[in-house]
Design a binder for this molecule. Sequence first.
Ligand code: GLA
Length: 369
Amino acid sequence: MHLIDPGSAGEHVQRAATLLQSALGTVPVAAGRASGRVNLIGEHTDYNRGLCLPLALRHATYAVVAPRGDHLVRAVSTLAPGTYAGDPATATGWAAYAAGVVWALREEGFDIPGIDMAIASSVPVGAGLSSSAALSCAVAMAVAALVGPIDPDVLLRATIRAENERAGAPTGGMDQTVGLLATPGEALLLDFADGSRTPVTWAPPELALLVIDTCASHELSDGQYAARRADCEAAAKALGVGSLRDVDEIDLQSAHGPWLPLARHVVTENTRVEEFVQAVATGEWAEAGALMTSSHESLRDDFAVSCEQLDVAVETALEHGALGARMTGGGFGGSAIALLPRDRLGEAADAVLAAYDRRHWRKPRFLLT
Ligand code: GLA
């Protein structure tokens, strides 16, 4: 089984620094790093003031920066050809996530100079592993290192604003929270009602979490994500509450509306997060796995954000020893995760490769958390 290697921080920072010098003739003076993530459980809950449990990957994005004498941003990346140069308020494409942070920090009242920046990353792009948020967060960390300490909550708000207001993806904040605040291998229980962030020990004995990048296309700003979010808000309104966090399964028994399956997913998913945290704490790994699989079924059947490639990855992993498996992240493609006995990792990965090959789908890729 070929695994995507996270590489070392030194190697990525060096690649970014070399690019900054060769493409823009600039010597970097500060650097920032932010992890990609998988979400263990709690999907499409963050923008409903709910619970989620993301885990930071060792795969990360690195930004190196230097100040300019004007207010412009120039950005280059080892992942994309060409140079972005312009006013950060008008950046588009991947540059909206990078330059957009400079725009957002200025909007927050910080006097940020023009910046030359270069990016290198080991987070696979478009795999639903938060490559976009890792980009914004790495730039935010590098800019903070350049201009002096900035409160982490301000950085969080700025990175969310870059994605929501500049890149046009109305995401909920889970990914940026991990990118800025979690150390690699750390799981954080996030409660979007009270804003709490609680580290959860994630060290399943004899088990490993296999990440399967389906390589099926995944794009959060294409309207489907925004539509789900708007429908959840409509559901809360119809139920007469501020958010779906204020609803329980009993409230839904007598409810009617086209949004009912969506609301049911969000309500049951919050409960699954609580039960999962409990199962992890007490070492009930079979129970934790079963909750992951029910989360997937709920996302597939009620929230309707899975796809064939994700379903086949999950089903195949379950047939080959996984205690549980689910899609992770926003859905519509992207990655699945499977909780597997270490000695069956290779078997499960080979089975997924064979299942995709039989269907003539793009070859999936794998990484370990
Ligand atoms: C994407 C978003 C997150 C979250 C997940 C779904 O990753 O960026 O804010 O909504 O989808 O749980």
